[in-house]
Design a protein around this ligand. Structure first.
Ligand code: ARG
Length: 286
């Protein structure tokens, strides 16, 4: 008598998601407040609580240290309340730091401040000619840099970074003002070449960009509007542990189903400036 072995109930085999360690730059929100409005999240009429911002930011810092990340700090500068969003300070790859050139005058002095830090830390600094807001709009996935435009970074900066980095650049056009930086609409979950994995919010992009994302990342996690609205996608992954907004409940479940370890942090006060986990984090790639 032969027995038929049922295979239907076997769990689907997923690629192993291993943590690979990260080196990041952060900026303590000592001078955080909302005194101007350069994105729809910001309302200068509502008072902010700087000490709460500091406490919440500290929890993110402690989480990274707990995960074994190397965390470096840049000194906050009075009068630059958005400096806490370190992701916008530049884009660092192969020891080269491509500086930021901000769209809005309120943030422009941050560009040189971050470039000074990179120089002192031994990076090969490239002063930008084109308007760009660093890792807010540039995300490395495998050997490709996804590059956002539409609200902040000029597409000419995509070409400039392409020349400097020697990497393939894929331009994506953002269309929803609430998701004005690429890192508010795309999360890089696994940047490892050969097993690239991302999550994104399709409605944040124009049709052509959604088609590009679908084709390149057929197994991407599609995040819902509710989770995107708490900046759930604005997360930071080491390939296994994914630090996300604690209120992004469905995204947390999706991550677990895909074999990741989601870790929630509450940055509600920094959300009032229009930023979350990833915005507070600039990756340093030597
Ligand atoms: N208030 C800041 C701005 O509008 C928030 C920056 C958020 N950063 C980010 N990487 N998405 O410029």
């Amino acid at each position: 008598m032969s027995t038929v072995i049922q295979t239907e109930d076997q769990p689907e085999i997923r690629p192993e998601r291993r943590p690979t360690g990260r080196s990041v730059l952060m900026c303590r929100p000592e001078h955080f407040t909302v005194v101007y409005r350069i994105n729809p999240w910001m309302n200068p009429a509502e008072p902010t609580d700087t000490s709460l911002a500091l406490t919440q930011w500290q929890a993110l810092y402690d989480t990274y240290v707990g995960l074994g990340f190397e965390v470096q700090l840049i000194d906050p500068i009075e009068g630059l309340p958005d400096m806490v969003y370190a992701a916008n300070g530049g884009f660092v790859i192969d020891g080269i730091a491509y500086g930021a050139k901000f769209t809005h005058p309120e943030r422009q002095p941050e560009g040189p401040a971050y470039m000074d830090w990179f120089r002192e830390a031994g990076f090969d600094v490239r002063v930008p000619e084109e308007i760009n807001e660093g890792e807010g709009d540039f995300l490395l996935v495998g050997d490709t840099i996804l590059a956002g435009t539409g609200f902040r970074s000029d597409s000419l900066s995509h070409e400039e970074l392409g020349r400097i980095s020697g990497r393939e650049i894929v331009t994506l056009r953002l269309v929803d003002p609430s998701f004005y930086h690429l890192d508010t609409a795309v999360a890089v979950l696994d940047p490892t070449p050969g097993q690239e994995h991302i999550a994104y919010l399709p409605s944040a992009f124009d049709e052509a960009s959604v088609a590009v994302l679908r084709e390149r990342y057929p197994d991407a996690i599609i995040v819902n509007e509710t989770d995107a609205a708490v900046l759930g996608l604005n997360s930071f992954s080491d390939g296994h542990n994914v630090v996300i907004a604690s209120r992004a409940a469905d995204f947390e479940r999706q991550l677990r189903e895909h074999g990741y370890n989601p870790i929630g942090v509450d940055l509600s006060e920094l959300l009032r400036g229009g930023g979350g986990v990833k915005c507070c984090t600039l990756e340093l790639r030597r």
